[in-house]
Structures are given as C-alpha cells and as structure tokens.
Design a protein around this ligand. Structure first.
Ligand SMILES: [Cu+2]
Length: 657
C-alpha cells in the first residue's frame, strides 16, 4: 500500500546529497564519510537534567542506517545525534518530568539543506512553532514541558509535511515524554514508527517505484525488539506515528485499552468511562496512542500494522535497492514454508511465559465441528483469479468453488470450536481468527504461533490444520489469511466470524454484515480495489422504523476506509455499540452522525433505524484516492414484517451496552 505514491512521484523538489548503495551489492559502497546509526530503543533520556532544566545539544547529520540486520543492507540518511554520541534512529528521546524547562541547541551539519524542526515547543499547542536551521548553523530553543503526555518532534530538510516525508529526512523523528511531577515514572516502552522510500529524484533516471520499508524504533521485522512477559503482566506502550502513512496497529490475542491519544500538539487522557477496548487502532500520520494490555495467555503473539504492504516480506531494503521484480519475489512467496519469514516491517514479537499456579480450564461442552476448505478458482471477481473459503455442508463441494467473501462463521461463546482447515491451494497458507482471545497455537501466524516445542506450521498444499479454540467473548470478528496477504487475503481469503451468546444473538432479519475486502490480488506496488459483501453493487433492503445492527468489518489489507450513511445532502444518525467485538462503554454508545473511518482489521457495530421509506446510501470509499463502493439501502414502509421479533427485549439489551 502506498497512499502517497502520487504525491511522492510528482515531487520535483531536488534531493541533495543523498546516496545509497548500488543495487546488487556487487560494488560495495564506502561509507567511511558518515557515522553509523545507533539503535535507539527509547529507554535513555537525552540531555542533562539539573534543577528543573534540561540541557540538550542535538546535531542533524548524515549517517549510515541499517534498518534490518546490523550487517545487512544500509542507506545514507539524515539522523539526529546527541552531542558526543552516535546518530540515532529514531532521534534521541527527550523525557522529563512535568514542569521542566527544556533548552536545546540544534546544529545542522548537512552541507546545503535547511532543516525545519517541528514539535520543540510547549504543549498544548494551537500553532506549530518550528525552528529553522540553515545549513551549518546552530539555533537555540527554550520551552516548557507542558502537561504529562506522549509527544514527539520531527524534522524535514525538504520543508515537507509529515504525510509526504518519506525520503532522506523521513527518520528525523524523536519522542518527547513528559512524566507526572510526582510518583514514579511509568514502566512503559515507547515506539516510533518510520516509513522510508527512495526519493524519486535520487534514483538518477530510473523510474521510481512506490516501494517502502517500515520500521519500529529504527528496525524492521524480524530485527525489531522482542518482548518477553509473564502471563498477567501489565504492559504499557506508547506508540508514536510521525511517518507518512496511517497504520492500523493490531494486537494478536488480547484487547488493549487506548488510554491516551494525541498529536504533536496535544495529548488527551481519556476518562475511564471513555476508554474503549480494541484489538486494532488506526494511527493516522502525526498521531500517538498509549495502550495498556494484560497478556493473560501464554505463547507467542504479535503486535503489527494490518496494512499488508507494511508487514510484507518483500518490503525489505535489499529488495528496494535491488529493484527486484515482483514476479521473481512472488515465486519465493509460494515456496516459503513459514509465514513468519515472509514478513518484514511494522511487527513486534511478544513471548508470554506461563505464570506458575495459573490454570486454564478447558470447556467440556461438545465441540462445534466445521470443515473449511481453502480453494482457488480462475473465475473470481472481474476475471481476477480468486482464493477463498468454502464451508463444507454435506457432500464435498466442487474443487474450484470459492465463496466471495468467505462464508460467515457462527460460533458460540464458551463452546469449543473445532475447525478443520483444508488447503487446496498450490501455496502454503495459515488462517488468523482475528480478534479472538484464544490460545496461541491456533492463532494463525505460521512458524510463530504456539509455544516453544509446539509452534504452528503453515498449512501446506493438500494438507490440513485443525484449529481448536473456545471463543470467550461474543461479538463481531473476522478470519483471514496470515500468509502473503497481498495475494491471499486480497483474492478472497477473508470472512466474517460472529460469536453469539444469549445477550448477543444474531438475527439475519436485523443483523446486517457489511464486509469490506479486496477484489483481487495486489502487490507491493499495486493496490487491490475493494468489494463489499463480495460485490461492487451491494444493497440492503430495510424497513422503516426497525432498528438494525450493522456489523461493519474492514479487512481490505491495503486500505483505510471511510463509511458515511445518509442521503445526498444529509447524514443519518447511528449508535455505535461495539468495536472489534468488544461492547462499548455506555458513555461511548450514544447517537451520532453516521460516519466512521476504519483501518484494515477494525470493525464496529452500529444501531441504525431508518426513519422513513426511501433510498439511503452507505458510502464506502478509501480515505485517499482509491476506490469507492456505495451500498444502496432501500427502505420500505413499515409493514410489521418483524412483528414476530421481540424488539422490546432487543432494545433492552441494547440499552445495557
Ligand atoms: Cu502500516
């Protein structure tokens, strides 16, 4: 995915002094002229703090950055360096108690570029005060810490806004953490996301390609930091996105609560009543979040961006610099055995150790058995080949039958599910039951999920995998491929997963699934277009006066999608009741204009009552240029078709949310 490719490609700004190793690695470049970037895990606060004042000297330099292995490929790039230390990506962290006065001397060692640094100002800030540092010059800035929070600073040598800053200045970002004046500093960790792409003008006549590499604290998976927790630990992470792209950050296995969310200018502490649980949260460029979660099941888990290009194994620096053809790389995808080796970019690995004395009681209920076939067909949507699921009911389905999208799976809360997944593709695959708080082994990250000694394999062609788990929560979820998602998920390997219980029934007369996914294979340079419920002409037939529950599921792996329900010049109202399968707190479950933006991997439930007959439209389109699918909603006059339905108890249930 590259939302910003058109902007990047049209940029005519000259890039100055940018170098990179030549493709192929045949002639090893000399980097003796610039220092090597040191990894910054954001645990050390920069500068010297004395008597309530922080003194810090920062330099902006060119440095050699190794975003993957320390002995792997590298690029020369701009970086911040604290006086007397190696340059760092991300930039040195400024961490101070509330009430500190911060004094920074900023030097610009770039030979001929002015650098504009944002974020070195007091907060909350209504305006974005910047510091401009001409080449070779030093500028000083003094500001007050402002209230506790998660903030950041960032620089640009091309005077770009964050959303187009992808090139040589893209890693000029650092954290500013303000701790409360009293009490111990939180035992937290801070992550800064970075996106890097070659500046088109540096490519010296070669056609630039919209390829990116993605890093967390300066490193790309599998070279990102690994975390080991013990079951029941509390984890507090600050995630900062000063990169040019949005990132729907997804946590496997557990919900997190986003306790703060902010921008460069301000941080907002949410009241307890307003904190909602989520397993995916969209971080738009220039935003931050503080999340808290308790990993309460042992095993291996991931925290990652849900945009497939941002975690795809092809998104490596070597592939970018060598300009390897996609067709050649795709052949490797087919032959790889382990999903985990096919990933790169915005991923953090988490190991959760069992806690002694904690036992997990297995349900003794009779399992619900499903047989889910993964098949392909040359005749998918719009002549695209399709890969997808078929649920076996009775006799074996035809070998080339594929349902687009995948069939909705209905499971019961607290009852074991036993899903036999049969792989009839030519490629290995693996299925993720997205959002379910289950054991690690069936979680679907091939080569990673499970425990030491029992790691889940990829499902090889003609083989099968039995996913056994007991969903502990009723709500709306999804399932999808977790291997080569650009091809597999985009081609149809996605479906809705509904877990029901007595307070979360599913009645097809009032529960309406709106499932947004890909319409054919994509790759790291080309986005798949979108479909809704397997078509580009979806429609809903509703009845005036009836309250419907819309289950809006966004699993297009290359899109951030905006939903808006209304007429041509009006917007309807709806009431959100759940996010990512978790019921919303009452304070958040209030009527509001029917508009929502969902990143890949997010879902929401919304109560909607069409008031009068007529035509409404749920507009579904990508946040930036891309595709658009309208859902036409035909509202009939009330005919009491739903007379048999107990709407009173339904309303009572909804009010309890
Ligand atoms: Cu991302």
């Amino acid at each position: 995915m590259n939302f910003f490719a058109p902007i990047v490609l049209s940029s005519l700004l000259a890039t100055i002094g940018f170098g990179y190793p030549h493709p192929g690695g045949r002639n090893k470049p000399s980097h003796s002229a610039v220092a090597r970037v040191g990894t910054n895990d954001n645990r050390r606060s920069a500068g010297a703090l004395r008597d309530g004042k922080l003194e810090l000297k920062l330099d902006i330099v060119k440095a050699q950055w190794f975003p993957e292995s320390d002995s792997g490929p590298s690029v020369t790039i701009q970086a911040f360096a604290e006086d007397g230390r190696a340059p760092e990506i991300p930039g040195p962290m400024i961490r101070i108690p509330e009430g500190t006065e911060i004094h920074i001397a900023l030097h610009n060692s770039l030979p001929d570029s002015e650098v504009v640094v944002h974020g070195l100002h007091s907060r909350p800030a209504m305006t974005d005060d910047v510091v401009r540092i001409p080449a070779g010059a030093t500028r000083e800035v003094t500001f007050q810490s402002g209230p506790p929070g998660t903030y950041f600073y960032w620089g640009t040598s091309l005077n770009k806004p964050i959303v187009t800053r992808v090139g040589q200045d893209s890693q000029l970002s650092g954290a500013i953490i303000v701790d409360p004046r009293v009490g111990p500093a939180a035992r937290d960790r801070t992550f800064i996301i970075g996106v890097y792409s070659e500046d088109p003008d540096s490519v010296a006549g070669r056609p630039p390609r919209p390829r990116e590499i993605l890093v967390i604290n300066g490193k790309s998976w599998p070279h990102t930091e690994r975390f080991t927790f013990t079951e029941g630990d509390t984890v507090l992470w600050r995630v900062i996105n000063p990169s040019a792209a949005p990132h729907p950050m997804h946590l496997h296995g557990f919900y997190f609560s986003a306790e703060r969310s902010g921008t460069e200018g301000a941080d907002t502490v949410l009241a307890a009543s307003a904190i909602r649980q989520a397993n995916t949260k969209l971080l738009v460029p220039g935003s931050t979040m503080d999340i808290r979660f308790v990993p309460d099941r042992p095993g291996n888990w991931l925290f990652h961006c849900h945009l497939a290009v941002h975690v795809d194994g092809m998104s490596t620096l070597a592939n970018m610099l060598n300009r390897r053809p996609i067709e050649e790389m795709e052949l490797e995808h087919v032959n790889m055995n382990h999903g985990v080796h096919e990933m790169a970019g915005l991923i953090i690995g988490i190991h959760v150790l069992p806690r002694t004395g904690v036992t997990h009681v297995a349900s003794t209920k009779e399992p619900q058995r499903l047989r889910l076939l993964i098949q392909s067909s040359p005749y998918g949507y719009n002549r695209n080949p399709a890969m997808g699921f078929v649920l076996q009911q009775g006799a074996e389905p035809r070998k080339d039958s594929v349902a687009l999208p995948g069939p909705t799976l209905f499971l019961e809360r607290g009852r074991p599910a036993r899903i036999t997944v049969v792989n009839r593709l030519k490629a290995a695959t693996s299925i993720h039951w997205h959002g379910l708080e289950i054991e690690s082994y069936p979680d679907g990250v091939a080569g990673w999920s499970g425990m030491p000694g029992r790691i889940a394999p990829a499902i090889q062609p003609a083989d099968s995998f039995v996913a056994e788990f007991t969903p502990p929560r009723a709500g709306t979820f999804m399932y999808h491929a977790h291997v080569n998602e650009l091809v597999q998920t985009n081609s149809g390997m996605y479906g809705a997963l509904i877990v029901t219980d007595s307070t979360h029934p599913f009645d097809p007369r009032i529960d309406k699934i709106i499932l947004v996914g890909g319409a054919g294979p994509g790759n790291i340079e080309r986005r798949s277009t979108g479909m809704v419920n397997g078509t580009i002409r979806p429609q809903l037939d509703l009845e005036a006066g009836t309250t419907y529950r819309l289950h809006i599921i966004q699993i297009h792996p290359q899109a951030v999608v905006v939903f808006r329900l209304g007429g041509d010049s009006t917007i309807a109202r709806w009431t959100p009741v759940a996010k990512d399968g978790a019921d919303l707190p009452p304070a958040q479950s209030t009527p509001r204009p029917a508009y929502v933006m969902l990143g890949a991997g997010e879902n929401g439930e919304f109560l909607y009552t069409p008031e009068r007959p007529g035509v409404q439209r749920l507009t579904i389109k990508t946040q930036l240029a891309g595709w658009y699918v309208p859902v036409m909603i035909f509202v009939r006059p009330a005919k009491k078709v739903l007379a048999g339905l107990d709407l009173t108890s339904l309303a009572a249930h909804q009010e309890n949310h």
